[in-house]
Each structure stands twice: as structure tokens, then as C-alpha cells.
Write a protein that binds this ligand. Sequence first.
Ligand code: GLN
Length: 539
Amino acid sequence: MSKGQHVTRHIFVTGGVVSSLGKGLTSASLALLLKRRGYRIRMQKLDPYLNVDPGTMSPYQHGEVYVTVDGAETDLDLGHYERFTGIPCTRVSNFTSGRIYGSVIAKERAGGYLGKTVQVIPHITDAIKEAIHAIDGDDVDIAITEIGGTVGDIESLPFLEAIRQYRQDIGRQNGLFVHLTLVPFLKAAGEMKTKPSQQSVGVLRSLGIFPDILICRCEQTLDQEHRDKLALFCGVDRNKVIEEKDVDFSIYEVPLALSRQDVDVFILEMLGLHVHRVDMADWHAMLDAMRAPAHGAVEIAVVGKYISLRDSYKSVYEALTHGGIANGVQVRVRMVESEDVESAGAAAKLAGVQGILVPGGFGDRGIEGMIQTAQYARENRIPYFGICLGMQCATIEFARHVCKLADANSTEFDPATQHPVIDLMEEQRGLTEKGANMRLGACPCRLRAGTLARKAYGRDDISERHRHRYEFNNSFQETLTAKGLVIGGVCEQRNLVEVIELPDHPWFVGCQFHPEFQSTPLDAHPLFRDFIGAALKKR
Ligand code: GLN
């Protein structure tokens, strides 16, 4: 599958025993190390579930929906990929069974198989191989493909067959299988157990996949005896049984823990690539800054409607951490369910925090709690950061309590309101389907001089990612700005308000886009950086 002389090497990452082992983090860590060794990396995730993309799934089912620059609604693991490596993901960075089957079925209906019986092998597996090939290319040295789900799932079988074939197609020396597994510690027995890993590798081998590297998630140190046992029973070289012990305090420690065991060196050697020197000094410095924050801690309330599941706001929490790193301060998050603000009152839930963030969301549950939260932040002069829905709630609050439009609302929550300060975008009217048809992906925005946003970014023109159907209603712009609301940034091409701010307040910013998707630990997003900076001053 090479183009010209160039051969893209492929690494396939599978997971065994249980889900939630951190395959995304592990894949992102490997990508970071290989990038730092001087190679051009591209990443993707193949998800075995049948939804065409996660865009239609509840955050409780799936966690955050990560949006790429080109507007794909994707798995949150892509957020790890971008945060660790800084390499942008695109539409071809995430495929699901639903998308693969959808394309095969559409082709069949179009007569594309010329009378053949359409089958899982070869037609579905060929479509999966095409998806993998989509991240191949002359500008890619190493492509990393993570297979979602757990080995042994019925749904993941076509994906495993496809990667087996893919490696055979490109030549064994150009591909690698990395298997992430769990080595549990049984308290009652007082020892670590390798059997689940043996069985999961057994399943892989029965499918023709012989892992080259075994990465073992464990709570305790993996001693030599267990490494030897795993190597023997799983058919992996002894030095390629790698420990991935639970990290003490930050996921950003994982790449360093893996590199201490030379996993990146082994990978390059096995793929016949030169092992260049690696420099991780900035990464070490970032972790040191996290370990010993120069300015102590700040407490930030995140008031959302999917609070009970941490993954729902994954990128927001990460970006807050990054904002902390940039300010030399630890960010402690107080997670507040917006419905609890409705029942207990804002003061009861929010007193004592130095900053308040209201993230994105859909549907009317918990909205009044978010509006009360914005009011509390405005009146008590607490730094406020509203993202997408959080910006819309701050606008509604301002219209209701400052402009005295008592029933002001978004038509998402009250279609009959007399004062729809947030309203459906023109392009959304008449749409009946739900999949992949919001305003999605990167859009340009021009910031206005003298605003908090302009100050944070340090430039006039920015590009940020979107995922919404509703927008600031320009017919209320005059009413709201007459009472002091500041329009901080606008998409001039389409005359859409993208940023609102309040003057005479320590820091109050709402943005229609999702800045959290572009923040990295080495380069905090400017709005998160300044929000935490304002919280630090508040303290
Ligand atoms: N529900 C709102 C909209 O569709 C906000 C979306 C979001 O927060 N991502 O406009």
C-alpha cells in the first residue's frame, strides 16, 4: 500500500480483558514519543458500534463528542490524540461500523458490486482497509490505528480481520500489533494474575493476530516473574512486555512511563526505522510545573447537566488543567449539577469558588440552574466562562435581569417566548434528521478591539470549532448592547455573534464555539489561560 518509494508503517492497537483501559491515552502516548523521535504521525480510531458517528449519542452513553477542525463528530479519544501530539485529526480519523456498513450498503444499492453477493469478508473488511488506508500517505511515516471495544466482542471481529489482512498486505515488517491488557491484582490471593491477558491474547491469536508488544495496565509494579510468564504464554519477547502502571496524578505521565521502558525504541527497531534521539524536556518541565504549582490552587465550579459522568466534559476539564499549568496554579474542579443549583440555590452550591464555567449541552433540563449560575457570577463578580450553551445561558440571563425582558429565552427551551434572544440558525430551519447537521467544525471569527477575547488571543482573527444549532439573535443586539453587553467577536461572513462579554466585571466571557478542543498541556488555550488567571486574581 505504499505510494512510490515511501512506505507508511502501521501500528494497530487493540484492547483486551475489559474496556476503559486507556487505549486512547496509550495510543496518544506512543504517537507523542514517535513524533518526538522525528517521525510524521497520523492517528485514527475504529469504533465497532453501529451509530454512524457518536453525534447522536447521549453524553451519558458516550462521553464528550469531540469535534474535528473539518467538522466531524468523533470519539473523545481523538481529543487525547490532539492534546498529546498537536497533530490535527480529521474526518478520516474516526470510523464506526455504522459508517463502514453504511458505505457498503449504499454502494450495493447503487449497483456497485456488479451482481456479487455482498459479504463481511471481503466487502466490509475491504471498506475497513480503505478507511485505514485513508490515513496512509507520502506525508505519513507511521499511522496508528486504535481499535475500539475489547477483543472478543462480536462487533469487533471484522475490524480484527481487516487489520490482520492489512498487515499482510503491507508486509509484516511494516506493521505492528500492540495489545493493551489488564493484569489485575487480587487482594485475597495477594498476587497479580496473568490469566485474563493470556486468554485475551489467545483470542487474538485464534484470529491470526500475534501481538508484538504487550502493554499491561496494572495497579502494582509488574515484576520480572510476571513479565516472563506473560512473555511465555502470550508469545511476546520478554522485553516487549511493558508495564503501564496507574499514574500518580496526571495522565500526562503516561508517555514518560512508557519511554522509560524503551517502547518507542522497540517499535522503531521492529519497523526498521532509525532511532533518533528524543527530547522530552518541555514535557518534563510541564509535569514539574503541575507537581509543584508556584501559586497554590484555585477552585473552579463547572456547572453542567451531565456532571455525573466525568467523560462528558473531558476536554473542558483538560483545558482547565492546561489553564492552571500556564498560570502556575493547580485547578480544583467543583462539579455542580445544574439541577442542584435550581433546588438548593446558586449561593449554596457556588459560594467560595474563584471561577465558574458553564459548558455546552442540549435540551431544557437544568437550564434554569445554568441561568441562575450566570446571574450569580455576574452579580458577585466571579470570573465566568460560558461555552456554547454557557454563552447562551449568560445571554438569556442578561436579557432577563438587566434588560428586564422577563421571559427572554432560547427557542430551544421555550419556542413561544416573546423574547427569543437565542434562536435557531436559519440553516437549521426545516431540518428533520438529527445526524451530522449542526453547525460543525472550524469557523473564522474576528475579535473586536479592546475586548477580553482580543486581549487573550493577542490577534484579531481566530478560528474555532463549533457544534450547535442555535445562535445569538441579532434582532436583540441593540437592546442588549445598550445595557452594556459587549460583542467580543463576530463571524463576519455570516454575521453571527461568537463572543459576548461584560465590562465592569473581573472576567466574564461567553463564546459560541468550543475552545476546549484546541487546548494542549504545552500550550493552554488563551481563553482558559486568562479565565484561570482571573480566578487567581479573585483569590
Ligand atoms: N443546545 C445549544 C445549541 O444547539 C448549545 C449547543 C452546545 O452547547 N454545544 O445551540
